[in-house]
Design a protein around this ligand. Structure first.
Ligand SMILES: Nc1ncnc2c1ncn2[C@@H]1O[C@H](COP(=O)(O)OP(=O)(O)O)[C@@H](O)[C@H]1O
Ligand SMILES: [Mg+2]
Length: 303
């Protein structure tokens, strides 16, 4: 039996103690901007990202505006909302992936442990070592399982024994037992769900702090999806996870906090702009949201 192909890409685990200023210096993120995060009553050490007045344009088009939210350490934060409301656009701001899209322009601030990721002195390559991404469609390299996982550590000149790194990442991604006897075989021979766990293992092999996942299960069958969801629960002990999902039940099952986005239509210009409507504990979003638009969406009365 082959699972439908829908494997998330693995991110990596960063040193758990790597969030301090000294460690940031190591990765070129030591640009203190003096503005430490003081959101609500949350101790700032628990806040990994503090997003302030974020707008993203593609050329002349304002795709999403006025996003303010905080992402807390060792939580799973879900982004939900109708197609086109800007979930992927906002997610890409957390690892500067929008830099790679021609015409994309980011306004506002994305503070990572108090450091503005969009400061001109920040090296986006260093950002992406700390903040890994897993995509909708599993995208293993056409290489062996082993070489997929070893790729990042080799690139960064890791001095650790590669066999150990590979085993640890595959164990963390709950894939080791299934592949330990075929490490030198092509990753392309894995099922979709296995490929997505491989992509997660590949991401964690470089030891990131954060894993971004953009609809990581939307190409997977329910069994493979459940395995990824279980895995996310495991991973949040070590990582901070942001997930975009169009599956509300998935957000309800896996996340601690949920951001609901929608699209506003300007009645004069007909322009459609994504907005963050409500951001709160997942339980609240699904049981007692403040905003009527959130309620309509989560109860299926949207649109
Ligand atoms: N590379 C791009 N160039 C131009 N417009 C884009 C690009 N990516 C997304 N958009 C537009 O930005 C808006 C938000 O898209 P997106 O973030 O992909 O939404 P979601 O992930 O919620 O479905 C949509 O109107 C989409 O068409
Ligand atoms: Mg999307």
């Amino acid at each position: 039996m082959t699972e439908p192909t829908d494997t998330p890409t693995p991110t990596e685990t960063a040193d758990r103690d790597s969030t301090g200023i000294d460690d940031r210096a190591d990765v070129g993120l030591a640009v203190a901007d003096g503005s430490t995060t003081e959101a609500e009553e949350i101790p700032s050490s628990e806040i990994v990202f503090d997003v302030r007045d974020l707008n993203v344009h593609y050329g002349d088009f304002l795709a999403v505006r006025d996003v303010n939210l905080q992402v807390r350490q060792h939580e799973i934060t879900a982004f939900i909302g109708p197609s086109g409301c800007g979930k992927s656009t906002v997610l890409r701001c957390f690892d500067r992936m929008n830099d790679l899209i021609e015409g994309a322009r980011v306004e506002g601030r994305v503070l990572y442990h108090g450091v503005d990721l969009y400061d001109e002195r920040i090296d986006p390559v260093e950002v992406r070592k700390r903040i890994g991404m897993v995509f909708q469609k599993p995208n293993p390299f056409p290489k062996s399982i082993y070489d997929n996982i070893a790729f990042g550590p080799r690139l960064s000149g890791s001095r650790e024994d590669l066999d150990d790194v590979v085993e640890r990442a595959l164990r963390q991604a709950a894939l080791w037992d299934e592949v330990k006897d075929r490490l030198k075989k092509s990753a392309m021979g894995l099922s979709g769900g296995q490929q997505q766990r491989l992509c997660i293992a590949r991401a964690i092999a470089v030891e990131p702090e954060v894993i971004l996942m953009d609809e990581p299960c939307s190409a997977l069958d329910p069994i493979a999806t459940a395995r990824i969801e279980d895995l996310m629960h495991e991973l949040k002990n070590e990582y901070t996870i942001l997930i975009v999902t169009h599956n509300m039940q998935q957000a309800a099952r896996v996340s601690d906090r949920t951001a609901f986005f929608t699209t506003e239509v300007n009645s004069q210009s007909d322009a459609r702009t994504g907005r963050l409507v409500e951001f709160a504990e997942t339980r609240k979003i699904f049981s007692a949201p403040d905003d009527e638009r959130t309620e309509n969406y989560v109860t299926g009365r949207f649109g």
